[in-house]
Design a protein around this ligand. Structure first.
Ligand SMILES: [Zn+2]
Length: 268
């Protein structure tokens, strides 16, 4: 996705920490309350000198526009039209773009900048490759279970129960994550851990269940390489970053099939 938004001021501490101020207009904040909002990131710790990010040509330090594609470098443009790629100490241009976008989207207090004002390709959908890649295996397995063409053996029940238990889902509450730490980091770790469990059990389990789990693990393997940097903000029902939302729901859908097979409750 490509991002572009104007800031009022960007500051940094010379060691990778940023501050940002944005004055933005929201027309969509309820028809009655639309107006101008002042967004300000948390200040640097006391005694930390705040340095201005400024234009290398005209030294303007107000009204810089941030633009760039997620994963790529940030480009700044001053009001005169000078454009440059900033190299701040402790921050690569790629990390700078991600950090500024996240700051603008997570302002506190006050309404953050709306996504649609910041994304230039606002109609573009995030790809949902994992969900789609794993779907044929889920449909095939679900259909076979539903028609009683595939009934879990006792061994298969044990293997499925083990996978589900290690995922933290009881038979009835799949896709429920441990509630004590609902951060994106924790969710991403959950995805990685449970992909590994799926892969390991797929390798050792015999018969149809082994093949099913191996196929799903292979389809979902890109999720194992995800890092926090890949979690681009976006609009989802869950309010999670789209890539994480996709990985979680794809893996949870596998758990639903395992639950159905293990409990014999296949009429879903
Ligand atoms: Zn300039």
């Amino acid at each position: 996705m490509t991002w572009k938004f104007a800031t009022s001021h960007i500051g940094h501490d010379g060691a990778g920490a940023l501050t940002m101020e944005v004055c933005h207009r929201r027309a969509d904040y309820g028809n009655t309350f639309g107006g101008v909002f002042w967004l300000s990131s948390p200040p640097l710790p006391e005694q930390t000198p705040e340095l201005d990010v400024c234009c290398p040509v005209c030294t303007a330090d107000r009204g810089l526009t941030v633009s760039g594609t997620w994963g790529g470098p940030a480009q700044l443009t001053c009001v005169c039209g000078h454009a440059w790629t900033p190299h701040l100490p402790g921050l690569t241009p790629e990390h700078l773009l991600r950090a500024l976008v996240r700051l603008a989207l997570s302002s506190d207090p006050g309404p953050s900048m709306p996504l649609w004002q910041m994304r230039t390709d606002r109609d573009a959908d995030h790809p949902r490759p994992l969900h789609q890649t794993v779907r044929p295996y889920l449909v095939e397995a679900g259909r076979a279970l539903n028609r009683r063409e595939w009934v879990f053996t006792e061994d298969e029940e044990h293997v499925a129960a083990d996978v589900l238990t290690r995922a933290g889902c009881g038979y009835r509450s799949v896709s429920e994550l441990p509630a004590e730490d609902p951060s994106d980091e924790a969710r991403l770790a959950w995805v990685r851990d449970n992909l590994r469990v799926l892969e390991d059990h797929g390798r050792t389990a015999e018969g149809r269940l082994g093949a099913f789990m191996s196929n799903c693990a292979t389809a979902l393997s890109p999720a194992a390489a995800l890092t926090m940097d890949d979690l681009e903000p976006g609009k989802t029902w869950s309010d999670l970053p789209p890539v994480l939302d996709d990985a979680l729901s794809a893996l949870s859908a596998v758990h639903v099939v395992l639950t159905a097979g293990a409990t014999g409750d296949v009429d879903y």
